[in-house]
Design a protein around this ligand. Structure first.
Ligand code: PLP
Length: 390
């Protein structure tokens, strides 16, 4: 049959057609009044999307650029920082902090799991300057309880900053950034916001701005204080990825339209959309006898599914691509061959969700599984029936 290329990867995700159109025709210079207006509008909309009154920055880089900035701007070499790690992205925090000379403590749990709050509380000593965590660990499909972690950090009563990599969390998870006291929260354009890779964004608290006055790690391109000054004038310090801003503005407009003119409501519906797609996918996978990799705390951003005994997940990934042009993600690092990941963040609808499950049924047959056709699809339809109305 004819095959349409479809991304089911947790970044990059499918592009919003309106964003693609906006980018294709965009040719503004970045030091003009029109671009300043666009830039300022995107920053204001992102504030609403994140749900914060803190200042928002947009950086022309992949998400990791903002992660690096959240280390270099907040620490001095030798500072003690606590990294909560449960997967490849947690390990990225650890490696970044080490690269800038931090004394890194970790709370680490096996891939697929999430943290015990007691383990975190024990390590929250007064010397810990910053805590770094993911909201959703995209390598394992696990969701971490940011609200409880934030509460533990604030209750410890020290001057400890909390930095959350919510690159797949924003647009799939509810946050009360200001209420919980998240000092930096980070997102990326190629995830729930439905535009190509190339922009990272973050919201920065007053506590974090204050820390930057004394933090001595080297920084240049990702100097947040410099960016803040430029952003107040509707500019970025260097040449921004201009066409991506046009795409991002269109995506934020689309989310606002989802909410009938209310961006916050549109964002909540986008989250609900991901939650429902994730729930349908989990039910479908389980109906095929497959195990969820992060069963105790599954994220709405993506579902990681363990390959059945004797089957390499690379084969499943390859079959999805070759037979149906459906790009699902393999496991990363040590998890390669053991699991595969299906994304729900951003521009996914009912037909995408049902379609990938139907394809998965065929693929499981092709790798020798015993599958009753329709079982995954049916389980997902039943979930949909219960959660419909969105
Ligand atoms: C995608 C992602 C990142 C950022 O990766 P980049 O390739 O730098 O955009 C970081 N953390 C998580 C949890 C992610 O899913």
């Amino acid at each position: 049959m004819l095959r349409k290329n479809r991304l089911f990867t947790p970044g990059p995700t499918p592009l919003l057609p309106a964003a693609q159109m906006a980018m294709a025709t965009f040719a503004m210079h970045h030091r003009t009044a029109e671009f300043r207006a666009l830039y300022s509008q995107v920053l204001a909309d992102l504030k609403e999307f994140i749900g914060t009154t803190n200042d928002v920055l947009v950086l022309s880089s992949s998400g990791t650029g903002a992660m690096e900035g959240a280390i270099s701007n907040l620490t001095s070499p030798g500072d003690k920082v606590l990294v909560l790690t449960a997967g490849k992205f947690g390990e990225r925090w650890r490696d970044l902090a080490k690269a800038f000379g931090s004394a890194v403590e970790t709370v680490s749990v096996p891939y697929g799991e999430t943290f015990s709050l007691d383990d975190i509380k024990q390590k929250l000593t007064p010397e810990v300057r910053c805590v770094y965590v993911q909201s959703t660990e995209s390598s394992t499909g696990a969701r971490h309880d940011v609200e409880a972690i934030a509460q533990a950090v604030r209750n410890a009563g020290h001057d400890t900053l909390l930095i959350v990599d919510a690159i797949t969390g924003l647009g799939t998870t509810r946050f009360d950034v200001d209420g919980w006291g998240i000092d930096i929260i980070i997102g990326g354009s190629q995830k729930a916001l439905m535009v190509p890779p190339g922009l990272a964004y973050c919201a920065v608290s007053e506590r974090a701005w204050k820390r930057m006055e004394s933090a001595k790690s080297p920084r240049y391109y990702f100097d947040f204080r410099k960016e803040r000054k430029a952003a107040a004038k509707g500019e970025s310090s260097y040449t921004p990825a201009t066409s991506l801003f046009a795409g991002l503005a269109a995506a934020l407009d689309y989310i606002r339209e989802m909410g009938a003119g209310n961006l916050t409501r549109g964002r909540d519906l986008l989250i609900r959309n991901a939650e429902l797609a994730a729930e349908m996918t989990r039910a479908g996978a389980q109906a095929l006898g497959l195990k969820l990799f992060a069963a105790t705390s599954p994220a709405a951003a993506l579902t990681a599914i363990t390959a059945p005994d004797g089957v390499d997940s690379s084969t499943i990934v390859k079959q999805c691509r070759e037979s149906f042009s459906a790009v699902v993600a393999n496991g990363q690092g040590e998890m390669k061959g053991k699991l595969f990941r299906i994304a729900h963040l951003g521009y996914y609808d009912y037909l995408d969700t049902i379609g990938i499950l139907a394809a998965l049924e065929q693929v499981m047959v092709s790798v020798g599984g015993k599958v009753e056709y329709g079982s995954a699809v049916r389980a997902a339809q039943e979930v949909y029936e219960g959660g419909a109305g969105i």
